[in-house]
Write a protein that binds this ligand. Sequence first.
Ligand SMILES: [Zn+2]
Length: 239
Amino acid sequence: MDTAAPAADIAQGLESLARGYRILAMNGHTEGTLGHLSWRDPEGRGLWMKCQEIGLDEVEPGDLHLIGWDGKVLDGSNGHRHSEWVIHSETYKAREDVHSVGHTHPTYAVLFSATKEKLVGVGHNGSYFSDVKIFDKTLALIRTDEDAAAMAADLGDQWAVLLRNHGVTFCGTSIEHCVLMGIMVEKACYEQLFMKSSGYEWSGKIRTGLKDEASLYPRLITNLWNYHNRKLDRFEGRR
Ligand SMILES: [Zn+2]
């Protein structure tokens, strides 16, 4: 295992990845030590993600390791590799545009995944997900290339796919984008579950005929990412 210090751009990416984990934790994605967020290695060697031993809220750059496309841990933390790492590798293989993948078991996504409902969105949070499928080939952890590839097929060209009675997989063109998609898909599930249980008459969005207004343009991604980082610093007492 190569223990040399990572190159500067890799080190910066790993710092963002570690903070992405903790921002997801702050937004309801923690379930013990389960769940993971990855970053496609910019040098093409594989993907970076946390080791198995710690929770999302505890991740520092030194807890991340590089997993090669064949599953071997090549660099970074000596902790155990997550068995569900194939969720990440198969998503990267299926989606060239994706550079970060998250898989977690947040409460509202898990609840929504057990329904026969379609995620249509109540407000803007749902507007980023036009055709989210519920993967149901298995209800168990996804540990084989075959199951992970089937999940990636259900993800299609979307930013999220729900996993029945299990959780959610989300992705983005960058770590920042992916983390925001994770926060928003969980909120979208919450909003729709809450609306459905409110007793009000509701059957999805009323179509205006206009294009959906909610789009995550680059400056908005930067603004929201910076906001969540400032909030994280306040939460962790760093300022
Ligand atoms: Zn899982």
